[in-house]
Design a protein around this ligand. Structure first.
Ligand SMILES: Cc1cc2nc3c(=O)[nH]c(=O)nc-3n(C[C@H](O)[C@H](O)[C@H](O)COP(=O)(O)O)c2cc1C
Length: 310
C-alpha cells in the first residue's frame, strides 16, 4: 500500500491540486489556469494507469514521463555536455568542426600540433615512405584461365558482384554494365540470365548460372547444354560462374512470384510468364553437373565441387 501511494504520489497530488483549484474557483472565481493544468495532469495520470503498453508509465503515472523525456534529449545531453571531441562515430566533433571551418572559410589550423594522443597505445596512422616506389601500372589485373584455357581473361581486381535482372531494374543493370565498360572491369550477371540490358553497355560479363539454369534451360527447366554452349560463345561473356547452391535461401531456394515476371525477365531467364519462377536450393545440380564435363576439371576443384552438390 505504501509503495502504491509513493508510486502514485504525482497523480494523487494532481488530484488534490485539481480539487483545491476547483474549490478556490467556485468560492472566489479566481483563474481557471490551475484547473486546466491539474486537469490535464490528472487525465495523463488516469491514461497512464489504464494503458498496457508501457510498464513504466503504468507503475509511475505522470512521473514516468520524466524517463521518456530524458531518453528523448539523451543524444543532445551526451553530444553537448558529456562526449569528448574524438568520441563520436562515424564522424567525431573534431572532424565535423574542420568541415564546418573549411566550408565557412574560417581558420582551421591550430598551433602546437595535434590534440590527438599520438603516443597512446593503439593509435594508428599512415606515414609516408622515405623511399617511395613508382607504380607505373595501376590497373591491377589477375589472369584467369590455365594453359588449357582457350579464352583466358585478365580480370580486374575490382568488379561488380552478382545481382540479377529482376532483383535490379533495367536502368540499374544498364548503368552497372556501362560502368563496367568505362572502368574496364567485369559485370556479374547474377543468376537471372543475361538480359538485353546486360548487353546494351558492352561491358565485360561474367555469366552466372544458378540452380535454375536461367538463360540455358529447356522448357522443362533442365540444363540445356546446346543452349549453354551457344550463349557462352558470346564474346561479351568473359567467364562463367556456377552458383552451386542457394546459401542465403535454403529450403525452397529463391522464388520470383509470377506477378513480378515481366516479358523482359521471361526473355532473359527463359521462363514462362504467369508462373512462379523457382530457383531451387542446391540439389538441382546433382543430376546435371555431368553436362559440364567435370572429368576435365582439376582434381581438387572436382572434389570440392562434388562435395558441395551432394
Ligand atoms: C539485389 C541483389 C541481388 C543479388 N543477386 C545475386 C545473384 O543473383 N546471385 C548471387 O550469387 N548473388 C547475388 N547477390 C549477392 C551479391 O552478389 C553479394 O554477394 C552480396 O550482396 C554481398 O556483397 P556486398 O556486401 O558487397 O553487398 C545479390 C545481392 C543483391 C543486393
Amino acid at each position: 500500500m505504501y509503495s502504491i501511494g509513493l508510486r502514485h504520489s504525482a497523480v494523487i497530488l494532481a488530484g488534490i491540486g485539481l480539487a483545491v483549484s476547483v474549490l478556490v474557483y467556485t468560492m472566489y472565481q479566481w483563474s481557471v489556469v490551475p484547473i486546466v493544468v491539474f486537469g490535464v495532469l490528472v487525465a495523463i495520470g488516469v491514461w497512464d494507469m489504464s494503458q498496457h503498453s508501457h510498464a513504466v508509465l503504468r507503475n509511475y503515472p505522470i512521473l514516468g514521463h520524466i524517463r521518456y523525456f530524458f531518453e528523448m534529449i539523451r543524444p543532445e545531453i551526451r553530444q553537448y555536455l558529456i562526449e569528448s571531441d574524438n568520441e563520436e562515430v562515424p564522424f567525431s566533433r573534431e572532424s565535423r568542426a574542420i568541415v564546418y571551418q573549411r566550408a565557412k572559410n574560417v581558420e582551421d589550423k591550430r598551433p602546437f600540433g595535434t590534440k590527438e594522443k599520438v603516443y597512446d597505445s593503439g593509435y594508428q596512422w599512415l606515414t609516408h615512405s622515405i623511399r617511395p616506389k613508382k607504380i607505373t601500372n595501376t590497373d591491377f589485373r589477375v589472369t584467369i584461365g590455365g594453359p588449357d584455357c582457350t579464352r583466358p581473361y585478365d580480370a580486374s581486381v575490382y568488379n561488380i558482384s552478382a545481382m540479377s535482372f529482376g532483383a535490379l531494374s533495367a536502368n540499374a543493370i544498364s548503368a552497372l554494365n556501362n560502368g563496367a565498360r568505362i572502368g574496364g572491369f567485369a559485370h556479374d550477371t547474377g543468376e537471372g540470365g543475361i538480359s538485353r540490358y546486360h548487353r546494351a553497355g558492352g561491358g565485360d560479363l561474367i555469366y552466372e548460372i544458378g540452380t535454375g539454369y536461367f538463360g540455358c534451360r529447356d522448357a522443362q527447366g533442365n540444363f540445356d547444354p546446346d543452349l549453354f554452349a551457344q550463349v557462352a560463345a558470346d564474346d561479351q561473356i568473359k567467364m562463367i560462374e556456377i552458383k552451386l547452391s542457394q546459401g542465403a535461401k535454403p529450403g525452397q531456394g529463391g522464388v520470383l512470384p509470377a506477378a513480378k515476371i515481366t516479358p523482359e525477365i521471361s526473355e532473359a531467364r527463359g521462363v514462362p510468364m504467369g508462373q512462379d519462377c523457382v530457383s531451387p536450393s542446391f540439389s538441382a545440380f546433382r543430376a546435371s553437373i555431368s553436362a559440364f564435363n567435370i572429368s576435365s576439371f582439376h582434381p581438387a576443384f572436382k572434389a570440392s565441387l562434388l562435395s558441395a552438390i551432394t
